[in-house]
Ligand binder design. Structure first.
Ligand SMILES: [Ca+2]
Ligand SMILES: [Ca+2]
Ligand SMILES: [Ca+2]
Ligand SMILES: [Ca+2]
Length: 218
């Protein structure tokens, strides 16, 4: 009986520590990395595996596009070197619910093949597999202060709740459960990161209050 009481008291004393550990744990965002961070090293490394949902893939491989007539129907891989007229696509799928704070970070390089100035990035393909339709897209030059020149590399952080133009696509991503990323057509992709904010700590804070009250009652 005495032993049981001692153990109980110890576990109650440990409670704030456990709770703060929980809070610290949930404060860490979930980050999904696509491609490998190898400074545009080799394509087709184990971590360079492409995931592209079927309808988006159909669009990327459309007969009158770049990939099918010019690249034998092959997808542009991560880390291509010196290659142009090739469209890149990737789908982050099976996503949990995103909230404000979700962001996409992407590292790009303008290839020295001519024609990079009109390259662009698009998010969330909404077409029927044959037509161009993106929920949001912008010229890379526009995102890069007005220019995008051969050999230049950049990391963009795109706030999915406040994209250039004041657009939020978070509700659309949540409704779909995926996020398509497209980059075209003379620009290489080193890697892409999707940062998913941790669930709100409000409920855990409430739990902490309940625990404190519980402790006082004893
Ligand atoms: Ca690689
Ligand atoms: Ca081109
Ligand atoms: Ca181009
Ligand atoms: Ca890479």
């Amino acid at each position: 009986m005495h032993n049981a009481h001692t153990i109980n008291q110890k576990s109650i004393l440990a409670l704030p520590g456990i709770l703060s550990a929980c809070l610290a744990g949930t404060a860490v965002a979930n980050v999904i990395l696509a491609g490998d961070m190898d400074d545009f090293g080799n394509s087709y490394d184990p971590d360079d595996t492409l995931i592209i949902r079927p309808l988006f893939e159909q669009y990327l491989l459309r007969p009158n596009g770049h990939n099918t007539p010019l690249h034998n129907g092959e997808h542009r891989p991560f880390d291509t070197d010196g290659t142009g007229n090739w469209d890149f696509g990737y789908t982050f799928d099976n996503l949990p619910t995103l909230r404000a704070g979700a962001k996409l970070t992407i590292r790009l390089r303008a290839e020295n093949v001519g024609g990079v100035n009109n390259d662009a990035i698009g998010l969330q393909y909404t077409g029927d597999g044959s037509n161009f339709s993106m929920l949001w897209n912008r010229g890379i030059a526009q995102l890069n202060g007005g220019s995008w020149v051969a050999g230049e590399a950049v990391i963009f952080e795109l706030d999915l709740d406040n994209l250039l133009g004041g657009v939020s696509i978070i509700d659309d991503i949540n409704a779909a459960g995926y996020l398509d990323v497209m980059v075209w057509d003379d620009t290489s992709v080193d890697w892409i990161e999707l940062t998913i904010p941790a669930p709100g700590s409000a409920s855990l804070l409430a739990l902490g209050v309940v625990a404190a009250m519980h402790r006082r009652r004893r």
